[in-house]
Unconditional design. Structure first.
Length: 305
């Protein structure tokens, strides 16, 4: 006759209480990690945004309180600096500088999107002798610093009588000299199925019809991404206009900003900060309106059937 084995049982409520304590400890650790992550992100945000906040604060201060003062607060905030910036400098209106920047930025976008998309179609969809060699040479130009070709380019444009015009700043945009944008569109176009081209050729379409009716609509994310970068880079360009533009009435905003700083007389830093804020607004608006297309251009890998 066997006797049944007796099992010891924990007192009532001991196991559930232990499990509840473990869950509570896990929640506390998770909350601590979350709080630490949020504090770190807040600190990084403060570091990143401080220069922009300081610029906006300085635009509202008198010039005497800007240099050597890291404080964001002033007892004499006013909009006088913005009025001074909008009135222009050197006999040239702010809106002239703004129009010059807008002309350069818009034409840069048009030139980049047209030339880079056509070149990308040739590299991605048309087979011709030496295609891979030419593409490798084009990519190799990305390794060539801009400062290396400054003097030869300036001599060439000066001999052609194009200095003090917008042509030296825009010619490369319309001639697919921006290898980054061509490469971006080539990589995007290579992910599009070639069956689309074959079906169009069966219907009697040529390269022009295939490019205009099929490729361009599908390349919208890449084109908008290229447009955003082209607009921002052209709007913020300082060295190119500094080299080729000599007349103040042709200056874009980045060059106009330096007119407020004079080493031989009094510098108006408040008006300079105000104009910097005004110059930043179009870029911010443009980026906010189209920034979601950057994600589409990076994330889209082609079509799925």
């Amino acid at each position: 006759m066997t006797t049944p084995a007796t099992t010891t049982q924990a007192p009532p409520g001991q196991v559930p209480g232990r499990a509840g304590a473990l869950r509570a400890a896990a929640r506390r650790r998770k909350g601590a990690r979350s709080a630490g992550s949020h504090l770190l992100l807040i600190a990084l945000t403060v570091v990143v945004l401080y220069p922009a906040v300081w610029m906006l604060s300085s635009a509202l201060k008198p010039s005497s309180e800007i240099i050597g003062n890291v404080s964001l607060w002033s007892d004499r905030f006013s909009l006088d600096n913005f009025a001074t910036a909008l009135s222009g400098i050197g006999g040239v209106s702010f809106w002239t500088f703004f129009a010059n920047s807008m002309i350069l930025a818009v034409l840069s976008v048009v030139g980049v999107t047209l030339s880079a998309s056509v070149s990308a179609y040739a590299f991605a969809r048309i087979s011709f002798p030496g295609r891979n060699v030419y593409f490798a040479i084009m990519i190799g130009t990305l390794l060539l610093p801009f400062h290396v070709v400054i003097i030869p380019q300036y001599i060439m444009f000066n001999e052609l009588g194009l200095v003090n015009t917008f042509i030296p700043l825009l010619a490369g945009k319309f001639l697919a000299a921006e290898a980054f944008f061509v490469f971006l569109m080539v990589q995007f176009m290579r992910n599009l199925p070639r069956e689309l081209d074959e079906a169009a050729r069966i219907d009697g379409c040529g390269h022009a019809r295939i490019f205009g009716s099929i490729m361009l609509p599908l390349m919208r994310p890449a084109i908008i991404t290229s447009s955003i970068f082209a607009f921002i880079w052209s709007w913020n360009d300082f060295l190119g206009p500094l080299l080729y533009l000599k007349k103040p009435d042709m200056y874009p905003l980045p060059i106009a900003l330096r007119l407020y700083v004079d080493q031989t007389s009094v510098s108006d830093y408040g008006a300079q900060m105000a104009m910097a804020v005004l110059a930043l607004l179009p870029v911010m608006i443009f980026f906010i309106l189209f920034q979601r297309y950057i994600v589409d251009g990076v994330a889209t890998q082609g079509l799925k059937g």
